[in-house]
Ligand binder design. Structure first.
Ligand code: SF4
Length: 457
């Protein structure tokens, strides 16, 4: 209940923050025009989405077998695979190998799963400095914040905000341009890449047949994080599987088109294990941590399982009218927007996070934009139904609904009250259950039944 309360309080505050709205509107409008261009490059985008959806559904249905196949093939390529049941296990495994490598500094490329397991906090407790190397992630790390969005972590900041932030932390000119700031970060991180003992990256896809980790990025930082330190740690959610390398010709452009509107992302890396004997560079050791952390729960529910097809492109967040108004931080979860509202109650505590599934207009925009055709609105309704079956509705909502049901089923009793009384009664219910911002229409002074009887005579 605490989460629901703070969600409502934050939603109300953020939705009326004009400055915030302007920034989000500006950034999403740029995204919208880029994505429109990205999609127009396809002769038949619907067919591409259909193919991707079919492949991902097959993956989800055969997930246990494909994961084992991935483990076998990447192990054959020289990597070691570890299975983490939850966030604590995942962090323990990563920290163990970082300590074993006597790591003082770790460079990390953008990865939502490391946010989910709160890797940075735990590494810092172990005396290891963890540096974000993606520009957006670097900005939020310097600001002491969490990513605002799963693809664009600093979407809520304007270039002026970032210039001010860097000025405060690094004494760069307060009026730095985006180019100047990028060059500054580039130089700053170069030294960190050289000093780092460990590199951590996530995975956009885990390739089962060939045993590879596919990472797509625009800055080259993931490639540097993975290849310069002597130890590479890959941390990936168990749903990231693709059957074969051949599937990338469909998924890489589709992810780029929906994530940023690009034809293809600038760097598309494939890591097939540690450096081989005849190779000059790359990490000497590579470990892959496959994280469950609630995904088995998603898998076990044959309806909600569909959400495991998500490729984290972020399109449903950008399309969602609720997300655009209340912003990423209001969700207070790693995964926000429609997909976050579907999976978070299952990944975390259903009772605590079920309210997210109610924070949707069910307009269907998220379903329309999803490249793997996840029926997000159906899954949100499924969660709502579950919450009802589990009797998790707040007491005042239950009382209000029972009273409404009672009166609606007893028409004569309802007609005893005039329009004004009904309006006041409904206002009390509405304000306490749905909030004061939702305006209801007034009841007519005379009910339909009374008007009918009067006019008939
Ligand atoms: S649910 Fe679909 S649109 Fe949303 S992030 Fe996942 S793949 Fe993208």
């Amino acid at each position: 209940m605490q989460s629901a309360k703070s969600f409502l309080a934050s939603a109300e505050k953020v939705a009326f923050d004009i400055d915030h709205r302007e920034k989000i509107k500006f950034n999403i409008s740029r995204y919208d025009s880029a994505v429109e261009k990205g999609k127009s490059r396809y002769r038949d985008i619907e067919l591409a989405k259909l193919r991707a959806a079919r492949i991902k559904r097959k993956v989800v249905d055969n997930l246990p077998g494909l994961l084992l196949q991935f483990e076998r093939s990447i192990t054959k390529n020289g990597a070691k695979v570890y299975w983490a049941e939850n966030a604590v296990d995942a962090v323990k495994i990563a920290a163990h190998f970082a300590r074993e490598a006597n790591a003082k500094t770790l460079v990390k490329s953008k990865s939502m799963i490391t946010e989910e397991i709160e890797l940075n906090d735990h590494l810092e407790k172990n005396g290891i400095e963890s540096i974000e190397t993606d520009l957006g992630e670097f900005i939020v790390q310097v600001a002491g914040e969490k990513p605002y969005h799963i693809v664009t972590p600093a979407m809520h900041k304007s270039k002026e905000d970032v210039a001010e932030l860097f000025h405060k932390h690094f004494n760069t000119p307060v009026n730095s341009t985006p180019e100047e700031m990028t060059l500054f970060v580039r130089k700053y991180l170069r030294k960190k890449f050289l000093d780092a003992d460990v590199g951590v990256n996530g995975a956009n896809f885990l390739i089962a047949e060939e045993g590879a980790v596919a990472v797509t990025e625009n800055e080259g930082n993931a490639l540097l994080s993975a290849s310069m330190p002597k130890l590479q740690i890959v941390i990936a959610g168990m749903e990231k599987i693709l059957p074969s390398i051949d599937d990338l010709d469909l998924f890489w452009p589709l992810l780029a088109a929906h994530g940023t509107g690009q034809q293809i992302t600038v760097y598309n890396n494939l890591f097939f294990g540690p450096r081989k004997k005849n190779e000059k560079d790359g990490p000497g050791k590579m470990i892959v941590i496959l994280v469950d952390n609630g995904r088995t729960k998603l898998y076990d529910d044959s309806t909600i399982r569909e959400s495991l097809a998500c490729i984290r492109c972020g399109a449903c967040l950008n399309g969602c009218p609720v997300y655009k108004n209340i912003g990423g931080y209001t969700y207070n979860t790693t995964y926000s927007g429609p997909i976050g509202a579907v999976i978070t109650p299952h990944l975390k505590d259903f009772k605590e996070f079920k309210h997210l599934s109610f924070a949707s207009t069910l307009c269907g925009k998220c379903v329309e934009v999803c490249p793997v055709k996840i029926p997000l609105t159906e899954l949100l309704l499924y969660n709502r139904d579950l919450a009802g079956k589990m009797d998790l509705a707040p007491v005042k909502e239950k009382v209000a609904l029972s009273a409404s049901t009672f009166f609606l089923l007893h028409r004569k009793l309802l007609d005893l009250f005039g329009g004004n009384i009904k309006t006041v009664f409904m206002k009390i219910i509405n304000d306490s259950v749905f909030g004061k911002k939702r305006k209801l229409r007034d009841f007519p002074k005379m009910s339909f039944t009374k008007q009918w009887t009067k006019n008939k005579d």
